[in-house]
Design a protein around this ligand. Structure first.
Ligand SMILES: Cc1ncc(COP(=O)(O)O)c(C=O)c1O
Length: 457
């Protein structure tokens, strides 16, 4: 651990030299940020001043096995000593083994993996494969992509324009990528099509996507991309009709169905992949985060044999290359990570402890009128705060609800950053019920204080 004084000097250097994601250095300086993290085990991390914290969201809902698993470090070390990279047009043992493993654990005929470094790259790759797939079959007019309002699929130039999130305006980066179409999101708490139950909302939203396709010439649409559960909207779980309907719509109009399992995959929702909840096999599945629990950068675009087979042969191969694609050190670490998820039954733990967590949050809702809704599946959970349960109205900006909560959580030892009135929770899958209780008791206290401050009794 660095000494307190050294820690402070380091913090100042970070404010001077480092461009941290989604933060600015002036407000960080005012808030005494950034924390400099030096160690971690399970859900807990330690900062450079020796303070211990609970990392409620395990990185970016990504450290699925928890911090401090030295087996991953050993697997990466062994591979780096043996062979740190590879010459052009060759591959390595762990990369092949990882591709085979992904074919085994992903549903249906998803069987060929293009490894990349992160979720955005995985989705960029999926879009390129979808468009190129149609061209390989002389279906040359297809380029448009359907996504859903409130979804997030990444930050790079193309996928940035999928979905939309009012909390992340895109004006700085215009013009928009051509061919983007936006459908509604099956969030039954606020169904934009008036559905009042998950089923009704799911049905109407899927039908609206079909209508969007019909209104925009189905023969020009290449792909539909969707997360099984969309986190920016507070993890609404779609009614069970929804995913089978999307599958059916894509089949009928010849559209490639891409399931973005970047956040939902690798056990987060209580199944290895969330698509399994509805028995749906997408044509392409993108995975990241939990594939390696964020110990190193890695993601993958997993493609069905039907689509991949169009890229076989000298004339047909996909012109698409990243220097870090197929990195053997990441592959070795990911294999060890998946082994830990399987051996330690972390998927079952996510289902069981997730249910316990959700029940605790529902109990909180009984006691705090400020909670409008609790939703989610497994260990992908959300609380939506409202000023009035009947109108479902949020809070005036000047009340600074998110800022107040951020401060309270920090005072109570939680690293749990809130950006809006939706509190998204996605801890490591190794969380125990007593750790859930610790988090819930801070939530209980903080929401009680907040209610008093904003005069909500
Ligand atoms: C559903 C989803 N897709 C894509 C991404 C982008 O992944 P990355 O940040 O690794 O580029 C994220 C990141 O949070 C995500 O949640």
């Amino acid at each position: 651990m660095v000494l307190t004084n050294e820690g402070e000097q380091l913090r100042r250097k970070s404010l001077e030299f480092l461009w941290m994601q989604n933060r600015d250095w002036v407000s960080m300086a005012e808030e005494g940020d950034p924390l400099i993290i030096e160690g971690g085990k399970g859900l807990r991390v330690t900062d450079s001043q020796g303070n211990s914290w609970i990392d409620v969201n395990g990185g970016y809902n990504s450290v699925n096995i928890g911090y401090g698993r030295t087996e991953i470090a050993s697997a990466a070390y062994d591979q780096m000593v043996r062979m740190p990279y590879f010459p052009q047009s060759t591959t390595t043992v762990p990369t092949i083994q990882l591709a085979k493993k992904l074919a085994e654990i992903t549903p249906g005929d998803l069987s060929r993996s293009f490894p990349v470094s992160g979720g955005s790259e995985a989705n960029e790759t999926a879009l390129k494969i979808a468009r190129a797939y149609h061209r390989r079959r002389n279906d040359n007019k297809r380029y448009k992509v359907v996504s859903r309002k409130g979804s997030y699929h990444g930050t790079t130039g193309g996928v940035l324009w999928l979905g939309s999130n009012p909390a992340s305006p895109r004006g700085d980066f215009e013009p928009e990528y051509p061919g983007m179409l936006y459908g509604p999101q099956p969030n039954s708490y606020r169904c934009e099509l008036g559905g009042t139950t998950p089923s009704e909302c799911a049905y109407r939203c899927a039908k609206a996507i079909e209508q969007l396709i019909l209104d925009n010439d189905p023969d020009t649409i290449a792909a539909l991309i969707a997360e099984p559960i969309a986190v920016p909207l507070g993890s609404p779980v779609p009614g069970e009709e929804y995913w089978p309907m999307l599958r059916d719509i894509c089949d009928r109009y010849g559209i490639v169905l891409i399931a973005d399992e970047v956040i939902c995959g690798f056990g987060r929702t209580g199944k290895m992949f969330a698509s399994e909840h509805w028995g749906v096999v997408p044509d392409i599945m993108t995975v990241a985060k939990g594939i390696i629990s964020s110990y190193l950068p890695l993601a993958a675009t997993v493609v069905s044999e039907r689509i991949a087979s169009q890229f076989a042969g000298e004339e047909n191969y996909l012109r698409h290359v990243f220097t870090s694609s197929g990195h053997p050190v990441s592959a070795a670490a990911a294999l060890k990570n998946i082994e830990i998820i399987e051996k330690e039954n972390l998927v079952d733990n996510a289902a069981k402890v997730g249910e316990y967590f959700k029940n605790q949050l529902m109990e909180l809702k009984e006691n705090h009128k400020i909670i409008g809704d609790v939703r989610g599946l497994g260990l992908l959970l959300s609380i939506e705060l409202v000023s009035d349960r009947r109108t479902k109205m949020g809070f005036p900006k000047e009340l600074k609800v998110a800022e107040r909560l951020n401060q309270k959580f920090r005072e109570n030892g939680l690293i749990f950053r809130v950006g809006s009135e939706i509190l998204n929770i996605g801890p490591p899958l190794c969380i125990t019920t007593s750790e859930v209780d610790e988090i819930v008791s801070v939530l209980d206290r903080s929401l009680g204080e907040l209610s008093t401050e904003v005069h909500l009794k």
